[in-house]
Design a protein around this ligand. Structure first.
Ligand code: AMP
Ligand code: GLY
Length: 423
């Protein structure tokens, strides 16, 4: 089998490494991939949003199967375009990817089908939003409707910040057309859990739970980033909570999408908050999370390619999805200055003995060397019987990587460790 993986970050590298365990796969092409994954896949310089280029490549190279990993191509309809060309895919169609592509859609879906989420209002005019905010409860949360590179959410701790957020999203168009509509929602509190789930539109098989660390600095300080590290499983996500989520959130969401004629097939990501009134949905993503994937897939004991094909074929009920009873920790090494200004082009040296558990996100090859080429440069994952050992293992591996401009959080997993100890 010849497979393409659309995308080029650490998540895609983790997917590719796992797919390689399947012996029926002869070659994997990453579109565009990055220099750091060149040993695991053939990188082809076609952008993840270049749908015509992707389809042309797939047809010309006798591709048997495609995995579309990032949000942009999914929301643009990459799966539909590949399917039209006769190529089976892992990932939702454009009609289903709207669950991430439009927050207005997902909030209205949850309201219509009684799926627990924060209370909200939708606005298409800045003046209406500002009027509403004049006496709305504070803190409040303001979200641009469309995709905004994970930056379209503002937690406003003061009324002033809320006004500023509305103005910058709706009037200054900080996120372009993604901010034509906004959602203003209730501020929720509680531990956050990420649950990625395989679904073929009928059956949902959740993966091991995880915890992201979104802020740039230790102790959840600093700016929001694409994610600075993850651990799995998430100790706050008990079996009882998992059962409750299956009944009140996962199955109702799949059913709702089917009823709306938007059957979802692929990986559905539930961003949950465990509030004192029960688990609520903070966001849906129509894809694997990054860097959640870098802790979840290394714990997967079943064959990823078989699961993906069963999702495509609608036979997930017959497919085993089994995870190791262990913990994993992934630490992201970013470029100093990320998520703001940073420099590229620093050499990265990864010792061969740990390269299996290094997932490269932003690097390129130059003069036979691996050079940094992005904000988040790589992730390093360790697996161990206990969370503590997984954390120690990940930091040990970090210390073995030579990358002068590296910046990373020192406290990945500490909050989870404390929660485990408090249990
Ligand atoms: P998102 O981009 O939707 O993942 O949101 C980014 C982060 O904002 C989430 O991980 C939460 O920490 C936070 N957030 C989003 N919505 C809410 C909410 N209604 N209440 C409190 N925090 C929120
Ligand atoms: N880690 C959050 C995301 O992938 O959006």
């Amino acid at each position: 089998m010849r497979v393409i993986v659309v995308g080029g970050g650490g998540r895609e590298h983790a997917i590719i490494k796992k797919l390689k365990e399947n012996k029926s796969i002869e070659e994997i092409f990453a579109l565009p991939g990055n220099g750091g994954m060149a040993k695991d896949a053939t990188c082809v310089n076609i952008g993840a949003k270049d749908l015509d280029g992707i389809v042309k490549f797939a047809k010309e190279n006798a591709i048997d199967y495609a995995v579309v990993a990032p949000d942009d191509p999914l929301v643009l309809g990459c799966v539909d375009a590949l399917n039209d060309a006769g190529i089976p895919c892992f990932g939702p169609t454009k009609a289903a990817a709207i669950i991430e592509g439009s927050k207005v859609f997902s909030k209205n879906l949850m309201k219509k089908y009684g799926i627990p989420t924060a209370e909200y209002e939708v606005f298409s005019k800045a003046e209406d939003a500002l009027k509403y905010l004049a006496d709305a409860p504070i803190p409040t949360v303001i979200k641009a409707d469309g995709l905004a590179l994970g930056k379209g959410v503002v937690i406003a701790l003061t009324r002033e910040e809320a006004f500023d957020a509305v103005k910058s999203i709706m009037e200054d168009k900080k996120f372009g057309d993604s901010g034509n509509n906004i959602v203003i929602e209730e501020f929720l509190e509680g531990p956050e859990v990420s649950v990625l789930a395989f679904t073929d539109g009928n059956v949902v098989k959740p993966m091991v739970s995880s915890m992201d660390h979104k802020r740039a600095l230790d102790f959840d300080k600093g700016l929001n980033t694409g994610g600075m590290g993850t651990i799995a499983p998430n100790p706050y996500y008990t079996e009882d909570i998992a059962d409750e989520c299956m009944k009140t959130i996962f199955l109702p969401t799949i059913e709702a999408m089917k009823k709306e004629d938007r059957e979802f097939k692929g990986c559905l990501y539930f961003g949950l908050m465990l509030t004192k009134n029960g688990p609520k949905v903070i966001e849906y993503n129509c894809r694997f999370g990054d860097p959640e994937t870098q802790v979840v897939l290394p714990l997967l004991e079943s064959d990823l390619f078989e699961i993906m094909q069963s999702v495509t074929n609608g036979t997930l009920d017959k497919c085993e999805v089994k995870f190791a009873d262990k913990s994993a920790c992934c630490v992201i090494m970013a470029s100093k200055g990320y998520p703001e200004k940073y420099e590229n082009g620093f050499e990265i040296v990864i010792p061969e003995e740990i390269s299996d558990s290094v997932y490269v996100a932003g690097a390129k090859l130059g003069d036979g060397k691996l050079l940094s080429a992005g904000g988040r440069v790589l992730g390093v994952t360790a697996i161990a019987p206990s969370l503590k050992d997984a954390i120690d293992g990940a930091y040990k591996k970090v210390s073995l990587i030579k990358f002068d401009n590296a910046f990373y959080r020192k406290d990945i997993g500490q909050k989870a460790l404390k929660a485990t100890e408090d249990k």
